[in-house]
Design a protein around this ligand. Structure first.
Ligand SMILES: C=C(O[C@@H]1C=C(C(=O)O)C=C[C@H]1O)C(=O)O
Length: 318
């Protein structure tokens, strides 16, 4: 009897990942994977606990567990400027926020919410109090803080994109744009990681999965009008809005993205209280980190692909 099992691979249940997975169905690679679709916090936990082998992990959780993981250079979820879907949403403009605002943090976010904290505390000199809430606008702004409500909320994913397009009188600050203004660098929200033990036991499978994703993103780039049409059929966004969104998102790690990732990591090391464990800290990345998957002698995937010169620089060139 054949006891081989398919690699267990995560899939973030957000629109931003659609171009990453679209091509897997086109090429047939989808049938080779045991795909698990969930919110990013759940997928990060499954990978860290060893219940997934490969997949997306929010940057903060990767940094916390870098000892057990190695990265593949694409895909990734990043933006060099506005991302449209990681937002600080407030009742009044940022400059009018009180010195000690009440800020609600979406429960399924780890990286966007830490970015929001960094900006509020270190860039804008606020001393917020925080609470973790359900990741929708109404729960975050109205239902939080024992029903008193929040001054502002950090939202991510489809809900944040929805608020970007329909703010209903709220003020919306794009946190990836803020990060770029502040540091001059792109923001990396999620990376694709492999459990170190799995990479050592099954390097050939990891190589295949990496190639399948690279090919998938390439196909999506070629067939972007179809990706947009398919998403627009089921999602509450106009095709033009989706096309703009997929154009802003970046799906690979260039040297510039790694510089952004390292800058975020060094700033993040000063913070505690990420995720469910209030005492948790982010260790500094080791010198030369992050560490990339090595498929074996002579096949090290160490150097990230340089982004394509023409067109959208975020789609990895092949
Ligand atoms: C750009 C985004 O990045 C996401 C942000 C995450 C976080 O804040 O922890 C996790 C996964 C990413 O997909 C988004 O969700 O809009």
């Amino acid at each position: 009897m054949n006891i081989a099992r398919r690699p267990r691979v995560g899939h973030i249940a957000f629109l931003n990942c659609m171009p990453i997975y679209w091509g897997l169905a086109r090429t047939g690679a989808l049938l080779e994977l045991d795909l698990h679709r969930a919110a990013p916090d759940e997928l990060s936990r499954l990978l860290v606990d060893g219940d997934l082998d490969i997949g997306p992990i929010t940057l903060v959780e990767y940094l916390r567990h870098a000892d057990d993981l190695v990265l593949i250079p694409d895909p990734a979820v990043a933006a060099d400027g506005p991302v449209l879907s990681v937002n600080l949403v407030s009742r009044v403009p940022l400059v009018e926020l009180p010195a000690a605002p009440r800020v609600a943090l979406a429960s399924h976010s780890r990286t966007g919410v830490l970015l929001g904290r960094m900006l509020l505390e270190d860039r804008y000199g606020r001393k917020p109090s925080y609470t973790v809430t359900s990741p929708d606008l109404a729960s975050a702004l109205e239902g939080s803080f024992d029903g008193r409500g929040a001054d502002a909320a950090v939202l991510i994913g489809d809900e944040a994109l929805r608020v970007h397009h329909d703010p209903q009188g709220h003020h919306v600050l794009d946190l990836a744009a803020e990060w770029r203004d502040w540091t001059g660098l792109p923001m990396v929200f999620a990376v694709w990681a492999v459990r170190r033990d799995y990479a050592e036991a099954s390097p050939g499978i990891v190589k295949d999965v990496h190639l399948a994703f690279t090919e998938s993103v390439r196909r999506s780039r070629e067939e972007i009008d179809e990706v947009v049409a398919s998403a627009a059929r089921w999602e509450p966004f106009e095709p033009a809005a989706l096309a703009e969104y997929f154009d802003r998102l970046q799906f690979g790690l260039s040297e510039r993205h790694l510089a952004g990732l390292r800058e975020f990591a060094s700033r993040a090391a000063r913070y505690t209280g990420m995720g469910p464990d209030p005492a948790s800290r982010i260790a500094a990345l080791p010198e030369g980190g992050p560490e990339f998957f090595a498929a074996g002698p002579g096949a090290r995937i160490r150097t990230p692909r340089t982004p394509a010169k023409k067109g959208n620089p975020l789609w990895p060139s092949s």
